[in-house]
Write a protein that binds this ligand. Structure first.
Ligand code: FES
Length: 141
């Protein structure tokens, strides 16, 4: 068997690719795009985490070693453009969140915080209104 079962956890996608496929090409085949292309300054946007099947992959390249030395590395992290699937088996890949997704998520969190604060403050206003009503009641005058 020279096929590889590949699974993309974040996207909920899986399928078969041939041995010899680069992880980035598998991503493209499944419609998964990176944030951007490499920059001449040495920035790379294709870091992924291999959560299963790291032993099926090519050894880290000089570019990866340099990139992760500078940026730090989470266990299992690889640059998808530099990583070839060399042996058959199963691989699971966790891609990075896109900046747009992160921005939307933080907007949602901010909106949720705002609503919670509104509710909290709102109940405070009601308490104050209740106090005023008591103060203005015929008995209070
Ligand atoms: S984006 Fe630069 S190696 Fe992949």
């Amino acid at each position: 068997m020279s096929d590889v079962e590949i699974k993309f956890e974040r996207e909920g996608l899986d399928g078969i690719v041939a041995v010899g496929t680069y992880v980035i090409d598998a991503m493209k085949r499944f419609g998964i795009r990176t944030e951007d292309a490499c920059l001449p300054s040495g920035e790379h946007f294709c870091a992924v985490t291999i959560t299963e099947g790291a032993d099926l992959l090519s050894a880290p390249t000089e570019a990866e070693i340099k990139f992760f030395e500078i940026n730090g590395k989470v266990e299992g992290e690889r640059l998808a453009c530099q990583t070839m699937i060399e042996r058959p088996g199963s691989i699971t890949v966790m891609t990075k969140k896109k900046k747009a997704e992160e921005a939307k998520e933080s907007e949602r969190e901010a909106a949720a915080d705002y609503l919670l604060e509104e509710r909290r403050v709102g109940s405070g206003v009601e308490s104050r209104l209740d106090a005023r009503r008591l103060f203005r009641s015929p008995r209070g005058r």
